[in-house]
Design a protein around this ligand. Structure first.
Ligand SMILES: [Zn+2]
Length: 665
């Protein structure tokens, strides 16, 4: 029983799909607690060539590869040992190796929901049995502590009893990924065997932490969003309250010694206005803060996340959507510190950035958040995994000289890492992509992303099938069919991406260096209509009937982007983009040398789709020059597809003018 390679029935309910029937009074009504609800996987079918292929590769290659690595390296044996089913010491170099297993179960659960697989289900149930065995009587679960709390997996973790050294022990981080995975497994399979393990653990943590109890916070955030999911699964407010408690306690020196800005523990979260410290910790925390703003209707949290978001998007975002500029501390840099050769841009941070921006959209209904989400999705996130699905970038640099081993000591993607957070985060994220395409609020329907396929959505109790046909991201023509069961009045909001409206990002961090004379157009039933914009969406409010067709045309000329002059690394440089896709020049296509290439403003560039290159990509070509004015031929490929043909030079940003003086560089 095999799927056609490019057709996937997605049927998973995520955070945004929880029944609202017994929502506590103090929280906002709505299926997710947010003002807007994403249309769940259950209702979305993809027929596109781009994402469906990625999801299928994740299912058929990456998940089994990940489980195999976890078997080989003892991550699954650790659960058996903690459960007394096996003798021996903890295997592994990190105190959070448990989370890799949880994350793969999360991704595999999504796949079980769309592609029933008895063998995989049985295998996962077997692992869950070991996880349950590893759980102590009172609900405690963290294998390295249970196996031997005096022998730590890494020298930066102090030995000691439970909850000791929470800044580094990752006990609460392990718990957070347990909750995220157990929630996904429960939603995907309907089974409670994993959820019950998570709830038992969360009950212990609720008994242990909180006002009048332990006041510590985790060093690495994620338990907060995990607890929100357990709240959504059970409607038990204690989980939501504990999530907010952990957030409220950050920056509060009463109860724990502050960890500082590395862990966003330098000041209360509602007073934070700049993205600092470890980027993955940060975005997981911002996502949780957005949950509190959305579900608990907390205006101070909302104001804080809006300020921090402005800081990221105006000063700390790469053109690829990547975040976290520094290798040192895996952290955000200073404002406008966006180096290319040494860019860190952890794949996990890109994934976290998508989680956060999606929540910001659900909170506000503003398309600018989807603009950032889309930029990250098509560039800085999918660059993290190879087209074959079996090797990964941990950092995602924007330039390579073929010498600096940016990827944890390697010049190209690696199958696995001692700290394998990124591969397993890719595994859990990729199958969730269909959750980001559509959303609804009251009688408004949102089309956020352009991916061929269809969705079943209920509008005013009328069942509506909405479908898209498009060659996105290579072609900007999108045919949207709106088919209500019976004629019904409602609003369809179709996102008009910022990139199509002369704004590559919703800030002044990047801008186009050229003019686009082609306008976005919209047709309704073959007749051109005026575009009525609201918060980045073209709004069409009418009585919809079977057979209604909207045609959105987003012209996709090749565009030149330049950075704000405060970004020193990109001074006098230009990058090429087309639609949502960022381009790079790679040595293998350009006589092995790209760092000396110059793309003058007047150079004519051409786009051409090449079916047989890198899984099918649109490339950009042109007659350019080198720094001394000598002739060169440019072939640029999508950034995400680089590093599949051996190591070598690569650059996203290329010089705009020949022969730069030292002072100009
Ligand atoms: Zn990572």
């Amino acid at each position: 029983m095999r799927y056609a390679a490019n057709i996937l029935k997605i049927s998973l309910v995520l955070i945004t799909t929880i029944a609202a029937s017994c929502k506590p009074v103090k929280h906002k009504e709505g299926k997710s607690g947010y003002a807007i609800t994403a249309v769940p996987f259950t209702n979305v079918t993809l027929t596109d060539d781009f994402w469906a292929r990625r999801i299928e590769t994740n299912r058929t290659v990456t998940i089994s590869f990940g489980f195999k690595k976890c078997e080989e390296e003892g991550r699954i044996r650790n659960f058996a040992r903690a459960g007394g089913l096996l003798d021996g010491q903890y295997e592994g170099k990190m105190p959070f190796d448990d989370t890799d297993v949880y994350k793969i179960i999360e991704g595999a659960s999504y796949c079980l929901a769309i592609h029933p697989d008895k063998e995989l289900e049985k295998y996962i149930d077997g692992i869950i049995e070991k996880i349950a065995a590893a759980q102590e009587e009172d609900g405690y679960l963290c294998t390295w502590k249970t196996i031997n709390p005096d022998k730590t997996p890494a020298n930066w973790v102090k030995p000691g009893p439970r909850w000791h050294n929470l800044g580094a022990s990752h006990e609460l981080y392990n718990a957070g990924h347990l909750y995220e995975a157990a929630y996904a497994h429960y939603k995907a399979t309907g089974k409670k065997n994993f959820l019950n393990v998570a709830l038992k653990n969360a009950d212990l943590i609720c008994e242990t932490f909180g006002p009048g109890k332990k006041l510590d916070v985790p060093g690495h955030q994620i338990i907060e969003t995990g607890l929100v999911k357990l709240y959504l699964a059970t409607q038990k407010e204690k989980y939501l309250d504990l999530a907010k408690f952990f957030l409220d306690q950050r920056g509060n020196a009463q109860g724990h010694k502050l960890y500082g800005s590395y862990s966003q523990d330098h000041k209360p979260v509602v007073e934070q206005d700049e993205a600092v410290g470890h980027a993955v910790r940060a975005v997981y925390m911002y996502a949780a803060m957005t949950d509190v703003a959305g579900i608990m209707d907390d205006s101070s949290y909302r104001a804080a996340v809006e300020k921090i978001w402005d800081n990221v998007v105006s000063k700390k975002l790469y053109i690829t959507g990547g975040i976290g500029a520094r290798h040192q501390g895996e952290s955000f840099g200073d404002n406008y510190e966006l180096p290319n050769l040494t860019a860190y841009n952890e794949t996990c941070a890109a994934i976290g950035n998508i989680y956060w921006n999606h929540r910001m959209f659900l909170l506000t209904g503003d398309a600018k958040y989807i603009d950032v989400l889309e930029r990250t999705l098509y560039n800085g996130m999918i660059s993290g995994v190879s087209l074959k699905g079996d090797s990964f970038f941990y950092p995602n640099c924007l330039e390579s000289n073929g010498k600096y081993k940016f990827n944890m000591g390697s010049l190209t993607r690696q199958p696995w890492f001692d700290c394998s957070c990124c591969p397993t985060n890719v595994i859990r994220f990729i199958p969730s992509v269909p959750n980001y395409i559509y959303a609804r609020r009251d009688d408004s329907l949102y089309v956020n992303l352009f991916i061929s396929g269809k969705a079943d959505i209920e509008m005013n109790k009328t069942s509506v099938e909405i479908s898209q046909e498009t060659g996105y991201p290579w072609d900007g023509k999108v045919i949207i069919k709106v088919e209500p069961e019976a004629s019904e009045r409602f609003t369809v909001n179709i996102r008009v991406p910022g990139w199509a409206l002369n704004k590559p990002v919703p800030s002044d961090l990047y801008r186009y260096a050229d003019e686009n004379r082609e306008k976005v157009t919209l047709k309704l039933n073959a007749k051109p209509i005026d575009i009525n914009m609201n918060k980045g969406f073209a709004v069409i409010e009418r009585k919809w009937s079977k057979g209604d067709v909207v045609e959105l045309n987003l012209p996709m000329p090749i565009r030149r982007v330049i950075a704000n002059e405060k970004v020193k690394a990109d001074l006098n440089k230009v990058t090429l983009v087309r639609g949502p896709v960022v381009y790079c020049a790679e040595g293998v296509d350009n006589d092995k040398k790209v760092l000396d290439m110059v793309i003058g403003d007047d150079v004519e560039l051409k786009a051409e789709y090449r079916k047989d290159l890198l899984g099918g990509v649109t490339v950009i070509t042109g007659d350019v020059s080198d720094e001394t004015g000598g002739k060169r031929e440019l072939l640029a490929i999508p950034y995400y597809a680089w590093s599949h043909r051996g190591p070598g030079e690569m650059a996203v940003w290329l010089s705009r003018k020949p022969v730069l003086s030292e002072t100009e560089r």
